[in-house]
Write a protein of this length. Sequence first.
Length: 226
Amino acid sequence: MQPVIHHPWTLTEQEAISLQKQLALQVKTEDQVKEVQHIAGVDVAYHVAEDVLVAGIVVLDAASLQVVESVVVSDSVAFPYIPGLFSFRELPPLMKAFEKLQTVPQLIVCDGQGIAHPRRFGLASHVGLLYDIPAIGCGKTRLLGEYAQPDSHRGACSPLLDEGEIVGAVLRTQADTKPVFVSVGHGISLPTACEWITRLAPKYRLPETTRQVDQLVNKALAGLGN
DNA sequence: GCGACAG
DNA sequence: ATCTTGTCGC
């Protein structure tokens, strides 16, 4: 797969911030999701003191949640980790992985935030806009926003607010377990995003997409001398 | 100035 | 993200 939009990747911190503000204007918060047959999970693994990282994509069959394709690539770090500029660090390697991907997914789930971001342009928004595919941000922790603890039952959720605006949802995917932070990436509404994450996490706290791609990249990292 | 801060 | 062991529980 190839991205539908292009922009420079060698940027200064300020240039990256300007780019985010510009691209955020194109993010769609309405449902553009149609028939979803394949769902992709993307993730990147690192190793401390190493400038190498491994990016992976796993495609699941929407009905069975079984893995139908997976790709892994290694790359070198080209951008530091800066809260709010996460996508500039993980997208370069992820794009290399997308180049190798044969199956075109109708939905992408990212490890991180979508519009629950200071400039409403987290990793999930960047990925969704780059490939023009509906994308959801599902993070294990919060970047920003205030919220009340959702009820303890599976499926319970409470709004994530930033400056009086609902930027995401704190969703309990399993009873009595820590909730996850769901936000719109691009081309999908928050309610629909929460429905998908709940469906994708029938047994564990994190969606299967994340779990599968997570173990994929970690095994690959270990296999490359760790 | 101080604290917060996706992975 | 990664550094790290055992341990409690289904």
